[in-house]
Design a protein around this ligand. Structure first.
Ligand code: FAD
Length: 308
């Protein structure tokens, strides 16, 4: 990333919220369930599956966490009623992890049980490395209690990930493998681009060796090539893995995967707590400096297009 882009990324939290909201519209279905429903319908019509995320990591109390649980129950009911091809993704902070492990566990169990009653599935997103132990512990506890309709996420940037795969292997977990979005200290994470890629390939091979179902979540063309080669060499059927991408990111690459006969699931966030998610997506967008500069010029010079 160029120096100007890096500077803008650091300054993003100082950018006014309405500007962030406008720039991040492409990454979020909208504030309401009906917005997510419409987006999922369109994706399904294009031959893509979806995973619906109720935005909510900024919650402050148990009532807000309970509201997120109810929102997920509404999502499951809607998916069933509209016969959508979608599951859900949850963030444990949205379900109250920062309020207490037991609060979060009770909320997660409610969501997972509701999903099971409707034949649906819950993917637990992975947040920053301070939450990894609790996240994997919760996952194990749910599996030990007999919940099979739940999966986790592992991050290739973390040094511990291949060891985590080894420890989880007897459970044959369903795993989404991603690079990892959070800024982590050098002691726990690979920082160098090539090292993260190499660990991604290592982790993918380890997961497939362990017989896991993998959601290969990336927009990195090199990794997509590697992954297609790996699944082809192993002779995997198309229902034995899937690719995953984020709403609003590199849709043309996703279309190519679908045309080539792979299954693709798109991550569809919706809801009123859009801010933290939007910041992370904008920080990853290589054109963010240009967008913000254009938006600023647009606001300073009335009548000019904002370019967003
Ligand atoms: C379905 C899905 C679920 C995810 N869940 C998690 C999770 O639970 N925990 C977690 O830590 N991370 C998660 N991530 C984010 C992931 O860790 C990466 O940060 C993100 O996918 C970018 O990495 P990349 O593999 O696409 O490679 P990169 O090298 O970062 O990107 C590859 C290409 O995609 C383009 N690109 C990437 N992001 C954007 C963007 N926002 N706007 C425009 N272009 C972009 C880049 O320009 C680049 O050309 C998820 C990603 C996906 C696809």
């Amino acid at each position: 990333m160029a120096i100007l882009d890096r500077a803008i990324v650091r300054l993003l939290p100082a950018v006014p919220r309405p500007v962030v909201q406008k720039l991040s519209q492409r990454y979020i279905a909208g504030p309401e369930l009906k917005d997510a429903r419409e987006t999922v319908r369109q994706l399904n019509a294009q031959g893509k599956m979806a995973t619906v995320d109720v935005l909510g990591e900024e919650i402050k109390n148990e009532e807000e966490a309970a509201a997120i649980v109810r929102a997920y129950q509404d999502v499951f009911a809607d998916i069933e009623r509209c016969a959508l091809d979608a599951n859900v993704s949850v963030k444990l902070t949205g379900l109250g992890l920062n309020l207490g492990y037991d609060v979060c566990r009770a909320n997660l169990e409610t969501v997972v049980a509701d999903a099971a009653s409707r034949g649906n599935f819950v993917r637990i997103d992975m947040e920053d490395s301070s939450t990894t132990d609790d996240t994997l512990r919760l996952y194990r506890e749910l599996r030990a209690d007999g919940h099979e309709n739940v999966g986790v996420v592992l991050q290739a940037m973390l040094r511990r990930t291949v060891a985590d795969i080894g420890a989880l292997a007897p459970l044959r977990p369903s795993v989404r493998l991603c690079k990892g979005i959070y800024v982590e200290p050098h002691e726990v994470a690979y920082r160098e681009f090539g090292a993260v890629r190499a660990n991604y390939v290592r982790a993918l091979e380890s997961l497939l060796d362990a017989g896991c179902y993998v959601g290969i979540a990336t927009h990195d063309e090199w990794l997509l090539e590697q992954a297609q080669q790996i699944v082809s060499e192993r002779g995997l059927r198309r229902d034995e893995y899937e690719f995953q991408m984020l709403l609003g990111v590199r849709a043309e690459l996703g279309n190519r995967l679908v045309r080539d006969g792979h299954r693709l699931r798109i991550y569809v966030p919706f809801g009123r707590h859009w801010y933290a998610y939007s910041l992370r997506r904008l920080q990853e967008n290589p054109k963010v400096a240009g967008y913000i500069a254009a938006d600023t010029v647009g606001r300073l010079l009335p009548g000019r297009s904002n370019g967003a």
